[in-house]
Ligand binder design. Structure first.
Ligand SMILES: [Zn+2]
Length: 344
């Protein structure tokens, strides 16, 4: 067995010398997800919840119990909205065999709560709704990060409108934004996301207050391809704030400038500080809502990374992943029969 694992590692290392490191750019979609206080917040209803008479449950062991027999839904554990995990019960008195758990909830949300994609049709008629954005503009798209956090902290203005000069300064340092790219604007506001009042800057007149793109900067991004003779141009722009516009915007001019040109938006992005400036790919997966003006999205960046340590090999090898699960498999093999013995 060990020889097989070593062989698998050697094959993987020879076949793919570079393994991507994946970075999560989405916040967990739950009641605490960063969201404009003006929008309907995410809510969830637990459809099934119960306890067994041993009062014991395990977390994330679904695969280990797949082989056991389903007995009665009365003995199933389901789901707690505070933890967002699947909880499974162990065998209980009166059951024949162990019980497989399940969870089931319904949820309700704005299209624009939490980490989400803004479809162009959000602010421009006759442009793409969320279900019509071409897949080539969503899957493994080259990304660049324009970090404007220093300019924002020096500006001492909450609703700081990012000027074109910041974008031009970036290009003078890092080169022209490549054709077909996603542009991520890092304001540093993501650090406030744990506190919705601070993150939104909501005031006593129910206005949000945070930095965003000026109309001119948004137009500069949306017309970048045309200026450089690029056939596609910038396909999307993402921010680590609630909106691509400044928080107190009333006319949403940055939205209009980009979406009218079929450039989509990404808002409430997480972990922009973990991305390099260039040389990474991003996959954007919004829920495919028919005619939607936006949708909750899973957004993941791929950073090229060479084999330099064991953690990368674990990502690459099914064999080592099996080894990581081995303690749990052994525990299940011992605990299940033991509890059945006690019950009987
Ligand atoms: Zn939105």
């Amino acid at each position: 067995m060990m020889a097989l694992h070593v062989l698998a590692l050697l094959v993987v290392m020879a076949a793919s010398p570079v393994v991507p490191r994946l970075v999560e750019l989405s916040y967990t979609y739950n009641v605490d997800a960063p969201t404009s206080p003006k929008l309907r917040p995410f809510s969830m209803t637990v459809l099934k919840k119960g306890t067994n008479d041993l009062g014991i449950w395990l977390v994330h062991l679904l695969l280990l119990y797949d082989a056991y027999t389903y007995v009665s839904s009365e003995h199933l554990y389901t789901f707690t909205p505070t933890h967002h995990v699947t909880l499974l019960s162990l065998p209980c008195r009166g059951c024949r065999g162990a019980v497989t758990g399940w969870s089931s909830t319904s949820f309700c949300t704005s299209e624009h709560s939490g980490t989400h994609v803004d479809a162009p049709v959000h602010f421009a008629r006759d442009t793409w709704p969320i279900n019509e954005i071409p897949l080539e503009r969503l899957w493994r798209v080259p990304g660049v990060v324009i970090d404007v956090s220093q300019a924002i902290s020096e500006a001492n203005e909450t609703n700081f409108a990012i000027p074109v000069s910041e974008l031009e300064a970036w290009e003078s340092r890092h080169g022209v934004i490549p054709d077909g790219a996603l542009v991520f604007i890092r304001t540093g506001w993501g650090a406030k996301s744990h506190d919705l009042a601070e993150y939104s800057g909501i005031d006593n007149q129910r206005r949000n207050n945070f930095p965003g793109l000026s109309k001119e900067a948004a137009t500069w991004l949306a017309t970048h391809g045309a200026r450089h003779g690029h056939p596609t141009g910038v396909v999307g722009v993402g921010v680590d704030t609630i909106s691509v516009d400044v928080g107190n915007s009333t006319h949403y001019e940055a939205h209009q400038a980009m979406y009218s040109r079929n450039v989509y938006g990404m808002e409430n992005l997480a972990n922009l500080d973990q991305l390099p400036t260039t040389n990474f790919l991003v996959t954007v997966m919004p829920m495919r809502i028919g005619g939607g003006s936006g949708a909750p999205a899973r957004i993941i960046a791929e950073l090229p990374e060479k084999h330099t340590g064991a953690s990368h090999l674990i990502q690459a090898s099914e064999g080592t992943r099996m080894n990581a699960e081995l303690p749990f498999l052994l525990m299940a093999a011992v605990v299940g029969p033991l509890l059945r013995h006690l019950r009987d």
